[in-house]
Design a protein around this ligand. Structure first.
Ligand code: GSF
Length: 202
């Protein structure tokens, strides 16, 4: 398998962490989707990464579809419960973590791609309120539990840690560590895993 992505994308990181946790082999193809010469649309018409290229040449996106697929490839390090309420719970954690990222990324794009006089503060405030409400919800959902869902590592933890890591990388002014020590504790614990150490955004 080949994974098209960038080392700064939190969605790509989620896929890479899952690959590592499940001990799956792949070739990482780095692609700057913002460069005019990018060929990403040949694989993903939406022009986004991550995009997984399978052995038969087929392409798969987005990160949620990819990680769900990867989890079926081997029983090693099962990250998504097989069915029922537990499965939906893990997917809902992922949706919340990804949603925080979607909102924060919109703010970053507004700030970096638009000239200052065209930027909408109202729009950015709206997105930022989702980020803050999302963080609060992650923290109250976690409480003092060792993992987000159940009693072992799942895709919920992977998704949350990738979102928190990216916020620290791109929005260091958001003090989620100070505001939510339980999230910091979870994040620090996960950061010790090789899968996270080897995929730091930089
Ligand atoms: C989001 C992918 C995405 O926004 C997923 O795979 O989970 N829901 C999708 N990728 C960004 C890079 S990043 O900010 O992580 C991307 O490729 N953006 C290019 C564009 O044209 O929006």
């Amino acid at each position: 398998m080949k994974l098209i992505g960038s080392i700064t994308s939190p969605f790509v990181r989620k896929v890479r962490v899952v690959m590592a946790e499940k001990k799956l082999d792949y070739t990482f193809l780095q692609e700057n989707v913002w460069a005019p010469e990018t060929t990403i649309q040949q694989s993903n018409p939406l022009g986004k990464v991550p995009c997984l290229l399978m052995e038969d040449g087929g392409a798969m996106f987005d990160s949620r579809v990819i990680v769900e697929y990867l989890d079926t490839l081997t029983p090693v390090g099962k990250l998504i419960p097989a069915n029922g309420r537990e499965r939906a719970e893990v997917k809902c954690w992922e949706a919340l973590a990804d949603g925080i990222l979607d909102a924060a990324i919109l703010v970053r794009l507004e700030k970096t791609l638009r000239p200052a006089e065209q930027q909408s503060q109202e729009w950015m405030d709206r997105q930022m309120s989702k980020v803050h409400a999302g963080l609060k919800s992650l923290s109250s959902g976690l409480g003092e539990a060792p993992f987000c869902s159940g009693n072992h590592l799942t895709l919920a933890d992977v998704s949350v840690a990738c979102a928190l890591g990216w916020l620290s990388f791109r929005f260091p002014e958001i003090d989620w560590r100070g505001d939510f020590p339980n999230l910091a504790k979870l994040f620090d614990k996960l950061s010790e895993r090789a899968s996270f150490k080897d995929t730091l955004p930089q």
